[in-house]
Design a protein around this ligand. Structure first.
Ligand SMILES: *[C@@H]1O[C@H](CO)[C@@H](O)[C@H](O)[C@H]1NC(C)=O
Ligand SMILES: *[C@@H]1O[C@H](CO)[C@@H](O)[C@H](O)[C@H]1NC(C)=O
Ligand SMILES: *[C@@H]1O[C@H](CO)[C@@H](O)[C@H](O)[C@H]1NC(C)=O
Ligand SMILES: *[C@@H]1O[C@H](CO)[C@@H](O)[C@H](O)[C@H]1NC(C)=O
Ligand SMILES: *[C@@H]1O[C@H](CO)[C@@H](O)[C@H](O)[C@H]1NC(C)=O
Ligand SMILES: *[C@@H]1O[C@H](CO)[C@@H](O)[C@H](O)[C@H]1NC(C)=O
Length: 610
């Protein structure tokens, strides 16, 4: 869905316009980089994810301190939701190839069907327990080390992503694919939510066992969407219809009158101020909703009051926030008491703070007014210290001044991300609270996905409604009675797409990546026993490209068109010095079997053997 935001008529100072122009150009570049960063981490094609099964995301290419070379159900579902929304919006931005993107989405669906049935330390599919396992090995094997498990947001988030894709298919007349392929997977996850929502589990930060606002908010959404999809395709989801309003009922307990307490039913000394509440609001944002407090919509009084409490909690604890006053964007992290990697701002939390405000702006614009209540007054007072509670129509000057100030405030959060993005555009997980140097996992898939969702909302490109309007009534009394689900391994898969696959008779473009530190003037080549590689003649070798070479990433690459589909070839790398001397790498000739069929983008990662 795409719609155009009404341009603010409030005047901007020239300095503001220049800042906006710089931010716009950063956003244009960083969104292409983010899309690429996401694809680099995707199994069977991504240059940073060698050995990963098709359709699985690694969380990050980092393999030590921390080792994130695994696939997480949560991160993958959130990222695929972003990608499915891109497909649904008709986007062809960021250089994306829509046919290839849809193949990726289908690979995700197939891989998740397999993972659902993998027995793991959380349990098995038989009674649903196995669905709560948060992470897996990249080859679809269970991760058997100790971990904070189960995590109950995963099945809900995966259901949301898959339902979104199902709605896309239905709208294109492909209901039978949804019935046969999608629903068997989705119904397992919905059954899990219906059965286990009233039990504790580890929160999204994987640290503490309890009841989590984020988890329940997305569980509620999943059940509501599940009920609607079931109806559309003539199926039933008894857990959806019986449990959704009870989940919503319990969700109300997280509001403490001032802000959202992120976790309850947990032994903790924490304040409960936590990014997970802001993430809950953005991942249950419905563009057609009113500013409902019950579902913590981004424009609701509760979400706005919570946003202020959350952001202000980091002002005095991070050195990088020195001198930044209330009402100006501050660097924010997971929660103030965080000590992981030293407890630092995260890119994805800064972006979530921005995204929630863009969502709210979208909602006010659509509704045509903005309401300030006693609850949200403190949030608005940051932009106008004398503002009073009341409803301000979009025709009023107050509305225009407030919304343009809030938009500038949201932009400031993205501006912080710009300020702390290294020149190569890489988004790590965190940056140091004192020095702002990026740290922890590099090229975090979720950081890139957060970048894309927030800048989409900034452009008023919003996802489809999830039906919040029909699901915001809180029962007068909470009476939890979860429902035992039934589970069955999904077996139907999409027919292997031949689009983009390689027939045995075709030319196969294989991309070779080589890591080797070289000096300026020294060039790297490949030779081998096939004509594309010069039949071992060093004057006819294949020249690699240094276009991706940086000081920290000594990468040479090249796409070699091989006609030997399905057969082995031999090759080796060599360098030609600036004076013309040829230096071969050491060791035996390398052997590579040129693939046929799918995967569609074969690539090879090598390191020079000195
Ligand atoms: C699901 O897992 C069970 C237990 O490992 C196995 O017996 C069964 O064949 C699997 N089903 C599918 C469809 O893979
Ligand atoms: C279960 O639901 C009831 C009613 O909403 C709530 O009071 C209780 O804390 C919940 N417990 C868990 C572990 O979710
Ligand atoms: C930030 O600086 C403080 C005070 O010097 C130090 O104790 C802390 O370890 C630093 N944090 C990080 C993440 O470097
Ligand atoms: C990008 O730059 C950062 C900071 O200099 C560095 O840590 C990171 O490894 C680089 N990433 C890539 C992919 O070059
Ligand atoms: C190249 O080397 C491979 C592996 O040794 C061999 O199987 C293949 O037949 C060779 N190709 C040619 C054209 O000699
Ligand atoms: C050519 O350059 C290489 C690398 O700098 C050096 O090792 C070699 O001795 C040079 N050869 C000649 C013939 O100058």
């Amino acid at each position: 869905m795409r719609s155009i935001v009404v341009a603010s008529t409030a005047g901007l100072l020239l300095g503001g316009q220049m800042a906006a122009a710089s931010l716009d150009s950063y956003i244009a570049k960083e969104s292409v980089r983010s899309y690429q960063g996401i694809m680099d981490n995707l199994g069977n094609k991504g240059v940073k994810a060698p050995g990963t099964a098709a359709g699985l995301f690694i969380a990050s290419p980092n393999t030590a301190n921390p080792d994130y070379f695994y696939t997480w159900t949560r991160d993958s579902a959130l990222t695929f939701k972003c990608l499915i929304d891109l497909l649904d919006s008709g986007s062809s931005d960021y250089g994306l190839n829509r046919a290839e993107l849809e193949t990726d989405i289908r690979n995700y669906v197939s891989a998740q069907a397999v993972l659902q049935n993998v027995s793991n330390p959380s349990g098995t599919l038989e009674d649903g327990t196995g669905l709560g396992e948060p992470k897996f090995e990249i080859d679809l094997n269970p991760f058997t080390g100790s971990w904070g498990r189960p995590q109950r947001d995963g099945p809900a988030l995966r259901a949301i992503a898959m339902i979104t894709y199902s709605n896309y298919l239905v709208s294109r007349g492909k209901k039978s694919d949804v019935v046969n392929i999608m629903w068997p997977i989705i119904s397992n996850d919905l059954a899990y939510v219906g059965q286990y929502w009233n039990e504790t589990g580890f929160d999204l930060w994987e640290e503490q066992d309890g009841s989590s606002f984020f988890t329940l908010a997305v569980q509620h959404r999943a059940l509501v969407q599940g009920a609607a999809l079931a109806k559309t395709i003539g199926k039933t989801c008894s857990a959806c219809s019986s449990q959704a309003s009870q989940v919503l009922c319990f969700l109300q307990s997280f509001w403490n009158g001032e802000y959202i307490t992120a976790n309850i039913n947990m032994d903790t000394t924490r304040t409960g101020i936590d990014a997970s509440s802001v993430l809950g609001s953005i991942h249950t944002f419905d563009p057609e909703a009113s500013c409902d407090d019950s579902t913590f919509q981004p424009c609701s009084s509760r979400a706005l009051a919570n946003h202020k409490v959350y952001v202000d909690a980091f002002r005095s604890i991070y050195k990088v926030n020195d001198g930044i006053k209330e009402g100006s964007a501050a660097n924010v992290g997971r929660y103030p008491e965080d000590v992981y990697q030293g407890g630092n701002p995260w890119y994805l939390t800064d972006l979530a703070a921005a995204e929630m405000l863009y969502d709210a702006l979208y909602q006010w614009n659509k509704i045509g007014s903005l309401e300030i209540t006693q609850t949200s007054l403190s949030f608005f007072r940051d932009f106008d210290s004398t503002i009073k509670a009341g409803t301000y129509s979009s025709r009023t000057k107050t509305y225009k001044i407030l919304t343009s100030a809030i938009r500038a405030y949201a932009d400031d959060f993205v501006g912080l991300v710009e300020k702390y993005t290294p020149s190569n555009g890489s988004l790590a997980e965190q940056y140091n609270r004192n020095t702002s140097v990026p740290l922890s996992a590099n090229d975090l898939t979720w950081s890139f996905a957060s970048f894309l969702t927030s800048i989409q909302r900034r452009a008023s490109i919003v996802p489809a409604s999830w039906g919040e309007k029909t699901a915001n009534n809180v029962p007068s009394k909470c009476a939890a009675s979860p429902m035992t689900g039934t589970y069955k391994a999904a077996t139907a898969t999409f027919p292997t797409s031949t689009a983009g696959c390689i027939p045995a008779t075709d030319v196969v473009p294989v991309t070779f990546y080589l890591i080797e530190n070289t000096y300026y003037g020294e060039n790297v080549y490949m030779a081998g026993n096939v004509s594309a590689l010069g039949n071992w003649d060093t004057s006819e070798g294949f020249a690699l490209d240094a276009g991706l070479y940086t000081e920290t990433d000594n990468l040479w690459f090249g796409s070699v068109e091989l006609i030997e589909a399905g057969t082995p070839i031999e090759y080796k790398y060599y360098k030609i010095e600036s004076n013309g001397t040829v230096t071969w790498e050491s060791g035996d000739n390398r052997v590579y079997i040129v693939p046929t069929g799918c995967p569609i983008q074969p690539n090879v990662q090598d390191v020079w053997r000195s």
